[in-house]
Design a protein around this ligand. Structure first.
Ligand SMILES: Nc1ncnc2c1ncn2[C@@H]1O[C@H](COP(=O)(O)OP(=O)(O)OP(=O)(O)O)[C@@H](O)[C@H]1O
Length: 674
């Protein structure tokens, strides 16, 4: 427990530094620290004198955070184990957080576990800057850079005895997916004492990032490149994925930063990057299996050494059950859709992980819960699981609990016997449960199911039989249950509006479907929907012009794929020629900030004269960045410059949002000088 004097002294110092904008030192690190303290006080409104331990989320929430990163956690384990072996004996703990700052993996020695725990170091602890103020994890997430926060560089007095070395780990969409951190409770005063551990954390984080990049590139040919042939197996500089046609499909972060952006635009093909074609590379690698071979970068002529790895997984072929024939088009009619997931766009990294997992549970008697915003494809995903499974020749029955009146859900679901109630059909009716016998029952918007029916549904699941209204003898049924919701079911459980026992029964396998704006394959989704809608209209060769494509890729799509489909259907219908242009789409997709609409003041920033946000960014931006900048400014204005609401609307985490504010140089009105 800290003395009141220490608490007051540290808190006073922090407030004074922030308010007077006192420089903490001449170097870039001190300036970053000052910016973080400013954010902590002014934006997040954290109280530096708050002395309690950090916030810890409960186990069900922790499980969800972990499940979202299941594949990543599996891949990162080896790297974390090694860091643990190196530094935990020196009284450190090692932790991994997700992009929300929630601790999803945590290690220390048993002898120190209790002491660390008392200070808040444990699974589930939230180390976001919004909550803790300046700290290793939170500040790494916002700045996107490795961060050493030593002792009284921490914002909250509670944390000033700790030292935290953190490094963000980026995913394929160039956003942090996690942060690796090593912390100690009692550190020597000198900051330099931590530089070695800090370097070890950065290196491990890079290794994990590369392993994750490789995992995501595994459906493709992967070039592993480095500057030294002898070190190639232990030190990878660049990973570059390409497909059979030589088209570059992605790379690790370093390849993107150093190679893909050399001429201001990413190379499309292998021969745009190297002085050879993909075919040359395949031939060379084939001739010298397992040996590194030289490659020259186009332009600079610099020599790299490379190993080639064959695709670990053939795309899409694994998505169908074995031996299932691919239906062919005939009679000029469109081909029947492929069974399972074949007719859906699923190139997004998170979705691919979901599909891999879904295939594993499809033929097990495990209830599936699909979470995601409206229109993200929950029903399509449920149907794909059914079509893949052994039950595919049995019925797939869907019931939307939010779309029918509460009073009718019971008879719709459980059915009724003849004469069960006034107005009932004389012969009675089979409910959805019975109709789905042997197949799949898809309960959409399960969160809207009335409480007393939840109890009856639980009984059906537990006992495998249904009792129709007015009947005396239960009827045995065999069901695979898939349910979906866009609500926060845990919150409904807490509010007593959803039964906890049913919640745990239904959420055995949870899948989070990403919103369209966050999907790494948004381009493919757009192409697929365009192809389908255009074909349905009997139009041929319809295509998007590049400005429209760019706007579609950066629009926030609150209604997700459904909204995209409707917009595309309309555009395909009204376009006269084959080019789909801006005027064929709803104007909000291209919305710029309305002129003359000036932002209102925000209470979190000290009041200074308000200047309008320049429509012209102070830095050179790509088209995509310019559109995103305009979109962020419009959203911020609509929300009176409240970051939390705006980030939510655009589907970004707050850390990502702040990073983009910095990168696109959007300055809130009250922080600009008059
Ligand atoms: N992966 C995908 N690729 C292409 N189209 C898709 C994909 N997922 C969904 N769609 C299309 O998006 C639209 C909405 O899908 P769906 O009805 O499954 O969403 P939902 O999440 O169940 O919506 P709600 O929550 O409102 O019920 C449909 O037209 C569907 O065909």
């Amino acid at each position: 427990m800290q003395s009141t004097q220490i608490v007051t002294r540290h808190a006073d110092r922090v407030i004074e530094v922030v308010e007077r904008r006192t420089q903490l030192g001449p170097d870039a690190n001190a300036q970053r620290l000052l910016r973080s303290w400013q954010r902590s006080l002014n934006t997040h409104q954290v109280d530096p004198a708050r002395v309690n331990s950090p916030r810890v989320v409960g186990y069900p929430a922790l499980r969800e955070h972990r499940e979202r990163l299941e594949a990543f956690m599996r891949i990162s384990r080896e790297g974390i184990d090694r860091l643990q072996a190196q530094i935990v004996p020196a009284n450190y703990c090692v932790l991994l957080t997700d992009a929300d700052g929630i601790t999803i993996d945590y290690r220390t020695v048993p002898a120190l576990e209790r002491e660390f725990r008392e200070q808040g170091f444990r699974p589930g602890t939230c180390w976001s800057e919004e909550w803790e103020g300046t700290c290793g994890v939170g500040t790494s997430l916002i700045d996107g850079q490795p961060t050493l926060v030593h002792r009284d560089e921490h914002f909250r007095t509670h944390n000033i005895a700790f030292t935290c070395s953190s490094a963000p780990i980026f995913g394929p969409d160039d956003q942090p997916v996690a942060v690796l951190d090593a912390s100690a409770l009692h550190a020597p005063m000198q900051r330099e004492s931590q530089l070695l551990v800090f370097r070890m954390v950065i290196e491990r984080a890079q290794q994990i990032e590369n392993a994750f990049a490789y995992y995501n590139l595994r459906p493709y040919w992967v070039l592993q490149c480095g500057r030294l042939a002898e070190f190639l197996s232990v030190q990878t500089d660049y990973l570059i994925g390409f497909d059979e046609s030589g088209r570059i499909t992605g790379g690790n972060r370093r390849a993107k930063l150093e190679l893909f952006s050399r001429d201001g635009r990413p190379p499309l093909f292998v021969h745009d990057l190297f002085e050879c074609t993909a075919h040359d590379i395949l031939a060379t690698a084939h001739g010298r299996p397992g040996q590194a071979f030289p490659l020259r970068l186009l332009g600079s002529g610099e020599r790299l050494f490379a190993n080639l790895h064959a695709p670990a997984l053939r795309r899409h072929t694994w998505l169908r059950p074995q031996a299932e024939p691919v239906p062919a088009a005939h009679d000029g009619r469109p081909a029947a859709p492929l069974r399972g997931f074949g007719h859906l766009a699923i190139e997004d990294v998170r979705l691919r992980d979901n599909v891999e997992r879904a295939l594993k549970v499809a033929n097990r008697n495990i209830p599936v819960m699909l979470l995601g915003e409206t229109g993200t494809g929950k029903e399509a995903f449920a149907r794909a699981i059914h079509d893949f499974s052994e039950r595919r020749d049995k019925p797939f029955v869907a019931l939307n609990c939010a779309a029918i009146p509460e009073s009718l859900i019971e008879s719709e679901l459980f059915g009724y016997r003849d004469g069960a109630f006034t107005g009932a059909r004389s012969k009675g009716a089979r409910g959805k449960i019975q109709q789905a016998d042997g197949g799949t029952l898809f309960l959409d918007e399960i969160g809207d199911m009335p409480l007393q029916l939840q109890c009856r549904l639980l009984r059906v699941l537990a006992e495998g039989e249904v009792l129709p209204l007015g009947a005396e003898t239960p009827i045995p049924v065999q069901l695979h249950i898939v349910c979906a919701t866009h609500q926060n079911l845990q919150e409904r459980v807490r509010e007593g509006r959803f039964r906890e026992d049913l919640y745990y029964r239904l959420n055995a396998a949870v899948f989070m479907l990403p919103p369209l704006r966050e999907r790494t394959d948004i381009g493919q989704v757009i192409d697929r929907v365009l192809g389908e809608e255009s074909a349905a209209m009997g139009r041929q060769g319809q295509a998007l012009d590049s400005a429209v494509r760019c706007a579609l890729e950066h629009y926030a799509w609150p209604g997700n794929i459904r909204q995209l489909r409707h917009a595309m259907r309309y555009a395909c219908a009204i376009a006269d020629g084959s080019a789909l242009r801006a005027e064929h789409f709803p104007p909000e997709i291209f919305a710029e900030t309305a002129p003359g609409h000036e932002p209102q003041a925000v209470e979190v920033y000290p009041a200074v004269p308000v200047a309008p946000v320049s429509a012209v960014p102070p830095i050179a931006l790509s088209d995509a960045e310019a559109i995103l900048r305009a979109q962020m400014i419009a959203t911020l204005r609509r929300n009176q410059w409240q970051v939390k609401r705006s980030a939510q609307e655009l589907g970004m985490s707050r850390a990502t949002f702040y990073r983009k504010l910095d990168k696109l140089q959007i300055v809130p009105p009250n922080r600009r000088d008059g």
